[in-house]
Design a protein around this ligand. Structure first.
Ligand code: IYR
Length: 222
């Protein structure tokens, strides 16, 4: 093994405490405005916006820096239709047969059902894949570590970037979603992680009356 190479931490910026407070608060307020949306406009979104958001996702920390993710950005109407049809087929079975009553009860406040028109309406579907292993340039299998954690973090950053850009997203998890490998021609060692629907909200979009837990409920200071 070659010796590790270290470089100066040239990208770090320290801020005076007041500015740090202001920045943390500003980001908090910005992120607390984020809502998951299920009514999308078909208004187009420039591809560069999506590229920048994906670069943010790709900046995520990952196990041994393996970056075990792959993002497929779908804007083609035919592929979107194929994805909608396959997702709705799975969801029909989910809502009518697979989901236990307890799960259906938990979903009731969201008002979701098997119809997923946004999979065709929204300008972009970003399919996030998790690479169970990577391939070296020579085509050899390289083990990945903490794949779920890594891809989850990258997806979180992607959602934050999309929101910061002024767009909305929906984390959609048709279950099972193996059909994405077929439609998007991804190899079997790439597991579909979720589908992020991205675009502008419909002009009269409505969101469920749900809220986030307060800080005291989600955090403890020891
Ligand atoms: N995948 C289904 C059901 C669903 C499940 C959970 I957990 C949600 O938070 C929302 C929906 C669907 O997309 O409708």
């Amino acid at each position: 093994m070659p010796d590790p190479v270290f470089l100066p931490l040239s990208t770090y910026r320290e801020f005076p405490p007041d500015e740090m407070r202001r920045r943390a608060r500003t980001f908090r307020d910005e992120m607390l405005r984020r809502r998951t949306v299920r009514q999308f406009s078909s208004r187009p979104v420039p591809r560069e916006i999506i590229e920048d958001c994906l670069a943010v996702a790709g900046s995520a920390p990952s196990g041994a820096n393996m970056q075990p993710w792959h993002f497929v950005v779908v804007s083609d109407a035919q592929i979107k239709r194929q994805i909608r049809e396959a997702a709705e087929a799975e969801e029909r079975i989910f809502y009518r047969e697979r989901a236990p009553q307890e799960w259906l009860d938990a979903l009731a406040p969201l008002g979701t059902d098997e119809n997923k028109p946004y999979l065709e309406t929204a300008p972009y579907l970003i399919a996030v894949f998790a690479e169970t292993y990577s391939l070296s340039p020579a085509g050899r299998k390289v083990k990945n570590y903490y794949v779920t954690e890594s891809v989850g973090i990258a997806t979180g950053l992607l959602i934050a970037a999309v929101h910061t850009a002024g767009l909305v997203s929906l984390t959609h998890t048709p279950s099972p979603m193996g059909f994405l490998n077929g439609i998007l021609r991804r190899p079997p060692h790439e597991k579909p992680f979720l589908l992020l629907v991205v675009g502008y909200p419909e002009a009269d979009a409505r969101v469920p009356a749900i809220s986030k837990k307060p800080l005291a409920e989600i955090a403890t200071f020891a």
